[in-house]
Design a protein around this ligand. Structure first.
Ligand code: GLY
Length: 576
């Protein structure tokens, strides 16, 4: 990080703008690339939809703080990025309040309906009914997004709810122009969405044809639902007409969510999981996300080696990374779940001494077999589709938010008359001990289905501090790969001195204990791959790119925004 500013100073010499002109220069200095971020002397919003980022940046310009901008962006994404932006899902938000020097972790994860039990997705033979767990009304957890966004705004924002919701309502009501990435994504989900007449009506033309780039697309029912939220706050969703529509939808198709489930949904503020890494402090999401715990755990293990000397993405570096990932994900399978139902050994897992024992068990020349690695604590004492956005305002407040429907477009099921998709987050529970979920993740009793319980997540909104001040924030979609994506982003910046755009663009790998495979993005050179195979690793090309980070850094004077270019349509937008 120390040379981060220097990199930009060098870059700026290439631009026909002198440093002294910055104070008079427009806030947006350039538009960023995979080699350098967008730079601004004001606030910054980065999301997977440039339109939603713009809306957030406009909130900053209207006098809103990072929380106002984040909430506006979150609701706008529900309109512009329907595959993951949502009001029918849930997520996690980290808020840093500069004046109070305080980090708050807001848990608005979905909860299991009260009538859900541990055998919900088992058929009469005791096998997991995958279709029911992923593509039925019973797959929906009680949504938390509306409660979470409204809670953040009411607790830490400055602007009225109606103001931050207005752009999203206008976009849904008047319609948006379908972009190429949106058309591509809708076509990709065609089968899932067509199965349900209500989804077909919402996500296709009236004649049933696919939406194409350049088409005009209105979401009138969604606009009406957002309008109710703007007028009535969270009750506009969890009570009254919208709640009735959700429950009627459940009643028609064997879903479980009841009026009482909705009325009783609660946002929980938790203590962020924290750790240190080479002089930086990490704050990330605690359980029921596994993200923060395993991010800190893996950094603790890796801190014992001089990674920079090994070279970025060298075989020796990646070997250590893979073995560390293998052990962290093995622990995830055993110990992680909703802490309100099952004690999670956060302290033990994030303890530097435990990391030392894990490190000592790693043979530096030879891959271990996942079948030989058991979850390692001696004493347990105590989707893919998701989306992330980051916001930094010029007072230094920061928001790092990841939310999701689980799969792209969730279960594909929309609520009739209410205009939004339902999540299929119940598949993030362990339907049966030892059986993998959609991401191949294995879980046990800690993550079994129980009424009112939150399913385990991998979402990892993260803040990194140096000398008490936030220096960057990041997060990513990508199901089980999220934690490793965030880990490699942190390592790329801290150990390999990359700027945040380079850190996002560098090829990534992923190992999650089971299956015992290293997933490799394109771009890792053949020599490295051969050396890893010679150590005994089983490498497979990832079927798609892994993760899409949305990162903002700050040196106290400028903010730098980097949208991961693995997916088109996103963008870092500086406050105008
Ligand atoms: N639904 C993916 C996750 O929460 O990790």
């Amino acid at each position: 990080m120390s040379t981060l500013l220097h990199r930009f100073l060098f870059l700026l010499i290439l631009l026909p703008i002198s440093l002294s002109a910055y104070s008079q220069a427009p806030a947006i200095i350039d538009y960023g690339s995979r080699f350098h971020p967008v730079v601004s002397n004001k606030g910054m919003v980065v999301s997977q939809s440039i339109l939603a980022s713009q809306i957030g940046a406009d909130m900053l310009a209207q006098g809103g703080n990072a929380i106002d901008a984040a909430v506006a962006t979150g609701f706008a994404l529900a309109v512009t990025l329907p595959q993951a932006g949502n009001i029918g899902g849930g997520g996690f938000m980290l808020v840093y309040l500069a004046e109070q020097k305080r980090t708050i972790a807001i848990d608005y994860r979905e909860v299991a309906p009260r009538s859900a039990g541990k055998d919900l997705f088992l058929d009469e033979l005791g096998e997991v009914d995958v279709a029911k767990a992923r593509f039925s009304h019973a797959a929906a957890g009680v949504p938390g997004s509306v409660a979470g966004l409204v809670h953040a705004l009411e607790s830490y924002g400055n602007l009225p709810l109606a103001t931050v919701l207005k752009p999203a309502i206008t976009l849904a009501e008047r319609g948006i122009t379908v972009t190429q990435p949106l058309a591509y994504s809708l076509a990709h989900a065609e089968q899932r969405l067509r199965k349900w007449p209500v989804s077909q009506a919402y996500f296709f033309h009236k004649d049933g044809s696919l939406l194409r780039p350049g088409d005009h697309w209105q979401q009138k029912d969604l606009a009406a639902t957002l309008d109710k939220i703007a007028r009535q706050g969270k009750d506009g969703f969890y009570k009254g007409e919208v709640a009735d529509k959700i429950v009627a939808e459940m009643g028609r198709h064997g879903g479980l969510i009841s009026l009482a489930d909705l009325a009783n949904y609660k946002v929980i503020e938790r203590e962020a999981v924290t750790g240190t890494y080479r002089g930086y402090t990490i704050a990330a999401m605690p359980p029921p996300s596994s993200g923060g715990v395993h991010l800190v755990q893996m950094l603790n293990v890796l801190e014992g080696w001089e990674l920079d000397k090994l070279g970025h993405n060298s075989a020796d570096y990646l070997h250590r990374l893979i073995e560390t990932m293998r052990r962290a994900y093995a622990d995830r399978s055993e110990y992680l779940g909703d802490p309100d139902f099952h004690p999670v050994p956060v302290k033990a897992l994030t303890d530097k001494a435990y990391a030392k024992t894990l490190r000592a068990g790693i043979d530096l020349n030879k891959a271990s077999a996942s079948s030989d690695i058991a979850p390692g604590l001696k004493q347990p004492y105590e989707s893919p589709q998701t989306t992330h956005f980051s916001v930094w305002d010029d007072a230094g407040n920061v928001v790092s938010n990841t939310y999701t429907l689980n799969f792209s477009y969730g279960s594909g099921i929309a609520v009739e008359g209410a205009g939004f998709l339902l999540n299929n987050e119940m598949d993030d529970f362990s339907a049966k001990p030892g059986e993998p979920n959609a991401y191949g993740l294995i879980g046990g009793t800690a993550n079994a289905i129980e009424p009112n319980k939150r399913p385990l997540s991998s979402m990892t909104p993260t803040l990194v501090f140096k000398q008490g001040k936030p220096v960057f924030t990041t997060g990513s979609p990508g199901g089980s790969t999220i934690i490793n994506t965030v880990l490699q982003t942190v390592l790329n910046v801290v150990d390999f001195d990359m700027n945040i755009a380079e850190a996002a663009a560098a090829p990534r790998i992923h190992h999650q204990w089971q299956p015992d495979k290293v997933f490799v993005e394109p771009g890792l050179n053949i020599d490295t791959r051969r050396l890893l195979e010679a150590k005994g690793h089983k490498l497979v090309p990832s079927s798609r790119v892994m993760g899409r980070t949305q990162t903002i850094s700050s040196d106290g004077e400028y903010t730098y925004g980097a949208n991961d270019t693995r997916w088109p349509g996103g963008g870092a937008v500086a406050q105008p």
